[in-house]
Design a protein around this ligand. Structure first.
Ligand code: ADE
Length: 277
């Protein structure tokens, strides 16, 4: 069941599911990706109620055209307002209504990040019911859609995609994996990159020696305190080296963090970033 205006892919208990509606010209792309892996399981378990709506089905002309040339001249076609407004108003008028915010994926929006995912996913416990997404296409979307239908715009980065589908999937996946029960272990979402404001420490699995490269001894020591301190030090070093802007955003290293890095012999990275101890 793909791309119907009635929505598709509801799990066994959609009443308790977090709902995301995606308005797109390519519902099959969204459905195909969202049927696999974590999203597929979340849908099957009824935790995620992802519904796709084919904007083309709301085009009124016999050719079901959804785009037109840009007023004022210029290359490329613009997604017309009529099929988009109609598709959205059909859902608004349905028994379930439309969940807002209604968000346009566009390179002109503010950049999506982990805090946006947390905001859209609602507080822990999943109190927020959901939101809706519109995938842009062609050169863009008629400005009246942005001005009078959507609540906000989001970009997934400073590059231009052919359309908003990949961007929508990025948002859906980043939000869905924060929902209660979607990841096998709820702690894994709290501990990882960006949730803590730091990049994540390195992970290893078996074998302990692979092609002569050893897993750090501390991780095999069974000393949980030492492992925790090592992981924190690694996360701090990695973030300082690769994303110093993230360290700046949290007000620099705290004195106990500087001490931790000194204890772990990481004095060069401290010097490189102007820290004294
Ligand atoms: N559509 C085209 N490019 C995009 C981007 N970078 N983010 C979101 N939607 C887009």
């Amino acid at each position: 069941m793909t791309g119907t205006d009635a929505g598709s892919g509801t799990g066994p208990s959609p009443g308790h599911a977090f709902r995301i509606d995606v308005f797109t010209l390519f519902p099959g792309v969204i459905e195909h990706y969202a049927d696999a892996s974590i999203l597929g399981r979340a849908r099957a378990q009824g935790r995620l109620d992802l519904r796709t709506h084919d904007v083309r089905e709301s085009a009124s002309d016999p050719h079901r055209s959804v785009d037109d040339a840009t007023f004022g001249g210029g290359a490329g076609m613009v997604l017309a307002p009529e099929p988009v407004f109609t598709a959205v108003e059909r859902v608004e008028a349905s028994a379930d209504g439309l969940l807002r915010p209604f968000i346009l994926l566009s390179p002109s929006g503010p950049t999506f990040n982990q805090s946006t995912a947390v905001r859209l996913g609602g507080s822990p416990g999943g109190s927020a019911p959901g939101f809706s997404l519109l995938c842009g296409r062609y050169e863009g979307v008629d400005q009246r859609v942005a001005d009078h239908l959507v609540d906000e715009e989001l970009s997934i980065g400073d590059f231009v995609l052919a359309g908003g589908e990949l961007a929508a999937l990025v948002v859906v996946e980043a939000v869905a994996r924060l929902l209660p029960g979607v990841l096998g272990n709820d702690l894994s979402a709290e501990d990882e990159s960006f949730a803590t404001g730091l990049l994540e420490y390195p992970h290893y699995t078996r074998p302990a020696t692979f092609r002569g490269w050893e897993v750090p001894e501390v991780l095999r020591s069974g000393d949980h305190g030492r492992v925790e301190r090592w992981r924190r030090a690694e996360a701090l070093v990695r973030t300082l080296r690769r994303r110093p802007d993230l360290i700046e955003a949290r007000g620099g290293l705290a004195p106990d963090e500087v001490r931790l890095l000194v204890e772990h012999g990481e004095v060069q990275v401290l010097r490189d970033h102007g820290y004294d101890w």
